[in-house]
Design a protein around this ligand. Structure first.
Ligand code: HEM
Ligand SMILES: [Fe+2]
Length: 766
């Protein structure tokens, strides 16, 4: 089958428009059908229990105090604490059971016979599993009692502090704020048990699993899982068929004239771009150290090996889980982004030999600006968390801790990052200009700009909500950023970067690379964008997202099959090379990225993607396993590979030594594999079983995490984490050392062209 680049480009445009139409209409429909925030919740005597204002104030408290990085809401967030939705629902049902046991028999629920308990359970189920038809929500006496109990429980835990849970005292400073937070959590619980109009399942499609509240998997969940299974097998077949029928070119190393680093010119802006590497390495070291602290909190919830006592500081109070988790996560995104940004600034010069005016200065300015924004954002998060910029300050979400997972930093700093992305895209454009002018609109340089630009563009979805927005719609937009980044523009960006890198190494022809990149972009965009709906199943968004998510996210297997084939092809090429191949190490990173992409995103992504599995596993360690293997595996390794490639071309060839970098490579691979396969995944399976047999809340409870086997598995990640940290330290040490053995740059005017541009630029067409 011969598909031209032009045809592919046309199909891509159609896919782009179709995505916009579906997601745009989906946004509208989701707004119209979002679960209501009732103006008032009233007790049996008509007394006001909660109001919409209290619920939304509770949401602000939840965000500003970083509670989404302590526990989760509607299954999204951190998994150290409870899922507040499931917890509030579970507490509510239990207190209702107690209320009736007391009222009817003057006894505790536990002491009743099975038949008596069953009678109470069915009464509770009937009360919770019902419709809402507008107006105030009317509580029964039992619900009122339960609501008040949950409030006091939350004051106890989150205001007074609960060290055995890893909650520092004053996490929420004011007890009244903690009560409002409880109102917010109880509202999400209400959304989870109240039936959607015209349906016999709730707004959250009956998530979380809690039979007493009437929450069991609904019909569509089962049916669409079956359909998704069929599609998954079909998708695998389609992927294999496509790969064989389109015959994508494979890189070749043996017998190819590969540019030697000595012959490659180095421009001033390129050398400046390598400054991003040690900065990223330091961010990476700090990130993994926070990771170690987080992992340790699961085995010792209020300290770190007695270090706090030794130093006389209370670690739980100063660096509690929520804040460490925020930094751990944001640093991960940041060091990967820093390396990608650096690589994006390095590649144009390599391919064009062109140094635009002041490019070097602008590269430095961008780095400086990023440092300012990141420091500002991180300080803001801390001040927000500590209540210095608390919710009584109207600017709390602009300057302090906006607190929504992955996009925590205040809005001002987010704008700063957005501006950074815009400046980066402009610099990319300036650098690639000679290539952009020669090639067609679907050439490789264009692809990099489209992919890079789309990363910035998606960030804009993060400004479509404010703290006043319904939590459900907030989740809608937040996933536009998070999901469409990782399963859309990041995947697009890495295939484009890999394509252009292989072309620069001389291992692939530009045209063949372009075709492969376009084909990948087509399948990634055709499945991954609407695939965002797999995050919409249980968070209160309309039920149409179940079929959409089941179909489109399942089809994401097709591009992953192509990525796997590409990695295998690259491996075959590497196997034919010998030690004289200068880019062996960056090439190994590219292969590792493809392999982990398949394992992390593919193998570990797809089985949690079946609605029926996802229903029980949502927000558990299976997600953690998947996220680590996919994020670090696919995107981290690629970023590090690009760093190694940049270094190979900037370090004085006579003083090049890659021994330490090779060590880092294997330490990271081994560390990640041990962490994911020996620890995270087994814990996830135990959680899955517990959720299925005892209800979702039990799978996220302290009792589960403190179980003997689970604690053993938490310790089992220790060797893996240690290898990972070691790899990172070795890497950071090495890249700092390499700052002292850099080559001299060439003056652009002296050497127009250079070996790589000589080969690539004339090849261009149209
Ligand atoms: C390299 C690509 C990918 C990366 C980096 C990635 C990363 C992540 C991350 C970080 C999360 C955690 C979100 C949270 O905090 O709750 C997540 C969740 C999830 N991912 Fe991926 N992912 C990738 C590809 C995929 C693919 C291909 C699928 C399957 C189609 C998939 C399915 C899911 C699902 C279903 C969840 C939600 C789990 C839950 O309910 O808690 N991911 N992913
Ligand atoms: Fe996703």
């Amino acid at each position: 089958m011969d598909v031209t680049r032009k045809t592919l480009a046309k199909i891509l445009v159609v896919v782009f428009v179709a995505n916009l139409v579906v997601m745009g209409a989906g946004a509208l429909y989701s707004y119209q059908n979002a679960p209501p925030i009732p103006q008032e919740v009233v007790g049996p005597d008509g007394q006001t229990v909660a109001t919409d204002e209290r619920i939304q104030a509770g949401k602000a408290t939840f965000q500003s105090n970083g509670l989404m990085n302590h526990g989760s809401i509607l299954g999204n967030g951190a998994y150290f604490g409870e899922d507040f939705t499931a917890d509030a629902l579970d507490l509510k049902t239990q207190y209702m059971q107690e209320y009736y046991a007391n009222e009817r028999r003057d006894q505790s629920y536990r002491s009743l016979s099975d038949a008596q308990q069953a009678a109470i359970d069915s009464r509770v189920t009937n009360e919770l599993d019902r419709d809402y038809d507008g107006g105030p929500v009317e509580y029964s006496a039992a619900e009122l009692f339960a609501h008040q109990q949950v409030r006091e429980e939350y004051v106890d835990r989150y205001a007074n502090g609960a060290r055995e849970r890893g909650v520092p005292a004053g996490m929420i400073e004011d007890p009244e704020d903690a009560r409002q937070f409880a109102d917010f959590a109880l509202w999400t619980a209400w959304v989870s048990h109240t039936d959607r109009p015209g349906a016999d399942y709730s707004y959250t499609n009956n998530w979380p699993y809690n039979p007493v509240a009437g929450n069991v998997p609904a019909g569509p969940t089962v049916v669409w899982s079956a359909i998704a299974m069929v599609l998954l097998i079909a998708g695998a077949g389609i992927g294999v068929w496509l790969y064989h029928s389109i015959e994508l070119a494979e890189p070749e190393i043996a017998g190819i004239d590969i540019p030697d680093p000595r012959e490659v010119d180095l421009l001033p802006s390129q050398r400046a771009a390598t400054r991003y590497i040690p900065i990223a390495a330091l961010l990476f070291v700090v990130q993994v150290l926070f990771g170690a602290l987080l992992a340790h909190y699961y085995v010792e919830r209020d300290g770190f090996f007695g270090l706090g006592d030794l130093l006389g500081i209370d670690i739980l109070q100063w660096l509690p889980f929520a804040i460490s988790k925020t930094y751990h996560l944001d640093l991960a995104i940041l060091w990967v982004a820093t390396l990608w940004i650096g690589a994006g600034l390095f590649l144009p010069g390599l391919l064009t030999g062109h140094e635009p005016d002041h490019q070097r200065t602008l590269v430095n300015v961008l780095l400086g600006a990023l440092v300012v924004v990141v420091v500002g954002g991180f300080v803001g998060v801390w001040l927000g968390f500590k209540g210095v910029i608390g919710t009584d300050n109207p600017l709390w979400w602009i300057l302090g801790n906006e607190g929504l997972e992955y996009v925590e930093v205040g809005r001002l700093w987010q704008f700063g990052l957005l501006l950074g992305f815009v400046l980066w895209t402009i610099l990319l454009y300036r650098g690639f200009k000679p290539m952009l002018e020669r090639e067609s609109r679907y050439g490789l340089a264009h692809m990099i700009i489209y992919a890079g630009g789309s990363i910035g563009l998606l960030f804009v979805a993060g400004v479509l909500y404010t703290p006043q927005t319904n939590m459900v719609m907030t989740e809608f937009w937040r996933w536009w950023v998070v999901h469409m980044w990782v399963e859309g523009s990041f995947e697009f960006f890495i295939v484009a970067v890999i394509g252009i890198t292989l072309v620069s190494m001389g291992l692939l022809e530009k045209r063949s690379a372009e075709k492969a990149v376009m084909l990948q972009a087509l399948f990634v965009m055709g499945s991954g964008v609407i695939g965002a709906s797999h995050h919409y199943w249980w968070v209160g968004l309309p039920d149409v997202w179940i079929p959409f998510g089941s179909i489109f996210s399942t089809l994401e297997l097709i591009p992953l099959i192509l990525i796997l084939f590409e990695a295998l092809g690259q491996y075959r090429a590497l196997a034919t090379s010998d030690e004289s191949f200068a880019y062996r190490l960056p090439f190994m990173f590219i292969i590792a990225s493809g392999a982990w992409n398949f394992l992390g995103a593919g193998v570990l992504g797809f089985f949690i993607n079946l609605p029926m599995i996802n229903y029980y596993e949502h927000g558990t360690y299976m997600t953690v396993a998947h996220a680590h293997a996919a994020m670090f595996g696919a995107f981290g390794f690629l970023a590090l590979g690009m760093a190694v490639y940049m270094l190979r071309l900037t370090v004085d060839p006579d003083r090049w030594n890659e021994r330490r970098l090779r060590w880092a490579f294997w330490l990271w691979n081994a560390g990640l594999a041990i962490m994911v396969l020996i620890s995270l995944l087994p814990i996830g399976f135990l959680q899955l079983e517990t959720a299925f047999t005892q209800g979702y809340d039990a799978a996220r409870s302290l009792a589960f995490y403190n179980g003997d086997l689970v604690q053993l598995l938490f310790w089992a990640r220790f060797p893996g984490d240690t290898l990972l940290i070691l790899g990172t330290v070795v890497f950071a040490y090495d890249v700092i050392r390499k700052r002292f053995v850099l080559r001299e740059t060439s003056t652009p005017d002296e050497t127009p062209g250079g070996t790589i541009p000589d080969r690539i630029l004339p090849e261009d067409d149209d």
